[in-house]
Write a protein that binds this ligand. Sequence first.
Ligand code: PEP
Ligand code: MN
Length: 469
Amino acid sequence: MSTSSTWSPSSWRDRTVAQAVKYEDPAKLQSVLGKITKLPPLVTPSEIERLRHQLALVQQNKAFLLHAGDCAESFDACTHENITAKLGLILSFSLILIWGARMPVVRIGRIAGQYAKPRSSGTEKIGDREVPSFRGDNVNGFDPDDRKPDPERLLSAYFHSTTTLNCLRGLLASGFASLNHPRDWSLSHVRSPILRKEFERISESISDAMDFSRTIGADGGPSFELGGTHTVQGEVDFYTSHEGLLLDYEESLTRHLPVPPALRKTSDEKAWYNTSAHFVWIGDRTRQLDGAHVEYFRGIRNPIGIKVGPSMQPDELVRLLDVVNPDKVPGRVTLITRYGAEKIAQFLAGHIAVVQKAAHPVVWVCDPMHGNTLTTSAGVKTRHFRTIVSELVACLRIHSECGSRLGGVSLEFTGEINDEGFSVTECLGGSMELNEQELGLRYQSFCDPRLNFEQSLDVAFVISEFFKS
Ligand code: PEP
Ligand code: MN
């Protein structure tokens, strides 16, 4: 990837920073950043390159991408139970997709660093007080009395990300993802008998297929192989991601490291890797062509996402792609569209057309969450399952009509359950038919409403059915 000579991990500092955080004590910020700069990377170049390769396969119609997790992680929710539940839901969801689409699934969690939140307004009303908005645990506190940005939170975010990643790596290395025990992925609390039965039918069919291939000695089995070395039958690949919003933090984890040997053009080739996550994305509020975020993102070697909403002009989209992917490297850019069910028909086809014309290799992903948020008459932020599915189905259809292909989905969901074994109640509808009165029962999100375990599997079945038919 060519970067002009003027790029450096700090060249974004000369540009306008959207959603900038104002710290009261710049010296303290510098000291925290100095510390993070010396701490070890969280992920490695070979993992990052492996994901880019797998995203190129998604773009070539050989795999499907599942990008999912919380809107915002919180430091308090960093527990073994929650991390296990999140991974379990991502694995269950991907199993349904693999079965329906007969295709490998690339899994990227919104996890191990998804703390910072862009906000539409600098302040928010809590009771009768107007207080600075909550910007995510790595900036300020959810408690309305703790809204002053504190640089120490960046260090805390680094350590919470590290511990989350360590927990994930431990689970994956010790066989949690094995298809031989899909019931371990916390299905026990799913109350809908239909959902349970359908999931069990799929996991039993897969177990049978695996037994059969073992019996006949074809251990590669049904070929879910990805990238040549791992298969979904053994240890699965799982990647981390977050919105690259706080550039101070992203810069301090951006390291000049050797490119893995198989990809090197010269024996000592190095590149700039953002080692805070495998995949980082630019939000819909920070994607200005001449802004700081685009400047930072253009120079890192990681695969990146760009959120695309109704305000994106078609020519602006192509210029953006020219800036962040001038060499048209496959797998480098994932466009995550989020128009809203009402607007997708108006915008998506136009965006697909200009990208096709410019011959930019992109992975198209549907985020059916962020354009479909509403506030109930009681003032609760929610999303309706029906609207989410409606945008998703329209997206699948429009891509086919345009000779394009939807490569994946980006969802906000959670497998979290409370002590009594109940899922969260943040989105309306789904097979459990959650209604407005029930939203207050277990509304736990710090930010946007997430699909719960059952509602997420409902979505997985919708996609799976689409590919089967
Ligand atoms: C998000 O993904 O949580 C988010 C804020 O999305 P967007 O930038 O698309 O609004
Ligand atoms: Mn969100």
